[in-house]
Ligand binder design. Structure first.
Ligand SMILES: [Zn+2]
Length: 499
C-alpha cells in the first residue's frame, strides 16, 4: 500500500484562487529574490512577553439574580489549531502564552479528536453531538449554479442542537463565527438569539470589536452561552508581527500574502520540500497567526470581565497538515495532525486542574456542558458526559474508541482510535492503515501490506457497529440558494470551497 493513498483532494486545492500564469510569474520573481540578497536577514526582536494581567479574577459585583446559580458558558473554537502547538504538548515556541496560562487551571483532554478533518462536519458534530455518519453533513461545498451560489447541504432543523437546547433551558445565546460554512442560511444560526452576520474570514481583532459592541447585553444575560469560532490560523497564512520576525528572521522577497501563496503552491507541486528553509516560512506564518489569535482572544476575555461562575471551553474544528504525510492543509486525510485537537475545560472553583489521557471526542463537548450546567441531557446526544467522570462518580473505559470520517470529493475514509491504537479505512478500496499510537504517535510507520491484526479487526468492527447503531438520523433538506455577497464569493472561490 502506498502511503499517499489518501492524496490531496482537488476539491480542496486552495491554490485555485490564483491563475497559473500568475503563479509562474511569482515563481520567477521569488526564486530570483530568494537566492539573492533581497531575501535578507532582518534583526530578530525579543519575543513578546505574555500579558501578565490575569484574564478574569474580577469578583462579580452585580447583584445576584434569580436562578443565578447556572454558569455562563463560553465556547471558543479555532480553525486548524493543532493539538501539538500547545506549549504543554512540548512545542518549542510559545504560541498561546495567554490562553494556556488562563486554561492552566482547567481539565486538559490530551487525547481529544475531531470527528472530521474539515470544518463543516466537524462543527456540526460539535454542536449536535453526533458522528458525521449519523448527522450526515459530510459534504457541503458551495456550488455555482445559475442564479447564485448553492449550498449542497444545510443542517436539518430536527437535528438536536446545543444552542437550541441551551436556549430552551433559559440561556441567552450568542454566536460569532468566522467560517464561511457557518454563515446565516446554513442552519448554524439555529438556537442563537444573536448570530453575528458578515464575519466570514474576519480576523480576531474584528471578532473582539463585534463582541465588545454588545458586551453589556451579553453580561446582562444570565445565564448566557457565547460561541466564538475563529479563523486566524486557517490558510492563507498572514504572517503576524512581531512574532514572525523571531520565527523567520529572513524578510520575504514579495509582499507576505503573495509570498505565502507562492510558497504554498510550490509545496503542493512538490517543488519545495519539508527540509527547505522556504518551507519553514509557512509554518512560521501559521505559528504567528496563533500568537496573534492568542493575544486578541485573551484581550477579549479580559475586557469582557466575566463572572467567575463561567465555564470556558477551548478547542478546534480540526488540525492542519505540514507534509507529515506528504499533504498540506486539511480535509484530505484522517492522520494525527488533522484530527488531534486541543480540548480544555475551565470552570474556576468547580473543576480542578488535571490532565486526562483517555480518548475524548468533539461530540463529548455538548453533553458534558449540559451536565455541568445542570441541564437535563439531550437523550440523542452520542458523546460522553465527562462531568460524571470528572466528579469521580463514573469511570471512563481505559480504551474508549472514538471515530472520525472524511467523505469529500473522491475521498471516503473512516477511522477508529483509542489513545493507543488507530486504524484508517479507505471505504472505496478497502485499504487499511493501522498504527500503534503508543510507539508511533505521529503515525509515521505503517507496516506495509500488513494483514489486519486482532486489534485492527476489533477497531473496525467497533466502527461498523457504531455505523449500524447510528444510521443517518434525518432527512436532509434539498440544496438551496443562499445570498452571498461578491466579496465572500470571491474568497470562497480562492479557498477552493466552490465547485
Ligand atoms: Zn476548519
Amino acid at each position: 500500500m502506498k502511503i499517499p493513498v489518501f492524496g490531496s483532494s482537488p476539491i480542496l486545492s486552495r491554490s485555485a484562487g490564483i491563475s497559473r500564469a500568475a503563479l509562474f510569474l511569482f515563481s520567477l520573481l521569488a526564486f530570483f529574490f530568494a537566492f539573492s540578497t533581497a531575501f535578507r536577514s532582518q534583526p530578530p526582536t525579543p519575543p513578546p512577553e505574555p500579558d501578565s494581567r490575569p484574564i478574569t479574577t474580577h469578583e462579580d459585583a452585580r447583584p445576584a439574580l434569580q436562578n443565578d446559580r447556572r454558569p455562563d458558558i463560553v465556547l471558543i473554537t479555532v480553525e486548524c489549531l493543532r493539538s501539538d502547538r500547545l506549549r504543554s504538548s512540548g512545542y518549542p515556541r510559545s504560541l498561546l502564552p495567554n490562553m494556556e496560562h488562563f486554561f492552566s487551571s482547567g481539565v486538559h483532554f490530551r487525547q481529544a479528536f475531531s470527528t472530521a478533518s474539515w470544518t463543516l462536519p466537524s462543527l456540526v458534530s460539535l454542536l449536535s453531538s453526533k458522528y458525521p455518519f449519523e448527522h450526515g453533513i459530510t459534504r457541503g461545498q458551495f456550488r455555482q449554479e445559475d442564479g447564485g451560489m448553492v449550498l449542497q447541504a444545510t443542517i436539518p432543523a430536527d437535528l438536536p442542537w446545543l444552542p437550541s437546547v441551551l436556549q430552551k433551558a433559559g440561556f441567552r445565546t450568542f454566536g460569532f463565527s468566522t467560517s464561511p460554512h457557518t454563515i446565516r442560511g446554513t442552519g448554524f444560526e439555529r438556537g442563537f438569539d444573536h448570530y453575528e452576520q458578515n464575519l466570514a474570514f474576519k480576523e480576531a481583532d474584528i471578532v473582539k470589536q463585534r463582541v465588545l459592541k454588545i458586551r453589556e447585553e451579553i453580561r446582562g444575560s444570565r445565564p448566557f452561552f457565547l460561541w466564538l469560532h475563529y479563523f486566524d490560523p486557517h490558510w492563507q497564512y498572514f504572517p503576524k508581527s512581531p512574532w514572525i520576525r523571531n520565527y523567520a528572521p529572513k524578510k520575504p522577497p514579495l509582499p507576505p500574502h503573495l509570498f505565502d501563496m507562492w510558497l504554498h503552491s510550490m509545496v503542493e507541486e512538490g517543488r519545495i520540500k519539508v527540509h527547505d528553509p522556504l518551507f519553514d516560512y509557512l509554518q512560521a506564518s501559521y505559528d504567528s497567526e496563533i500568537n496573534y489569535w492568542d493575544l486578541q482572544c485573551s484581550d477579549l476575555i479580559r475586557e469582557m470581565d466575566l463572572a467567575p461562575n463561567t465555564i470556558f471551553i477551548l478547542s478546534a474544528d480540526h488540525g492542519e497538515g505540514f507534509l507529515e504525510h506528504q499533504l498540506m492543509d486539511h480535509g484530505n486525510s484522517l492522520y494525527e495532525e488533522l484530527i488531534h485537537v486541543p480540548l480544555i475545560i475551565r470552570w474556576s472553583g468547580h473543576l480542578r486542574s488535571r490532565q486526562i489521557e483517555a480518548t475524548a471526542s468533539l461530540i463529548d463537548v455538548a453533553p458534558t456542558l449540559l451536565s455541568l450546567a445542570g441541564i437535563q441531557e439531550e437523550s440523542s446526544f452520542r458523546g460522553l458526559d465527562w462531568s460524571k467522570i470528572l466528579s469521580g462518580s463514573h469511570a471512563v473505559k481505559a480504551r474508549r474508541i472514538v471515530f472520525s470520517q472524511l467523505s469529500n470529493g473522491p475521498l471516503d475514509l473512516s477511522s477508529a482510535q483509542s489513545s493507543d491504537w488507530k486504524c484508517i479505512l479507505d471505504e472505496n478500496t478497502g485499504e487499511i492503515l493501522s498504527y500503534d499510537r503508543k510507539l508511533d504517535p505521529r503515525e509515521r510507520h505503517h507496516p506495509a501490506k500488513q494483514t489486519p491484526n486482532l486489534e485492527t479487526r476489533r477497531f473496525l468492527s467497533a466502527l461498523s457497529a457504531a455505523k449500524k447503531a447510528y444510521p443517518p438520523a434525518t432527512t436532509h433538506p434539498a440544496p438551496r440558494s443562499i445570498p452571498i455577497n461578491k466579496k465572500t464569493e470571491d474568497e470562497l472561490r480562492a479557498l477552493g470551497y466552490v465547485q
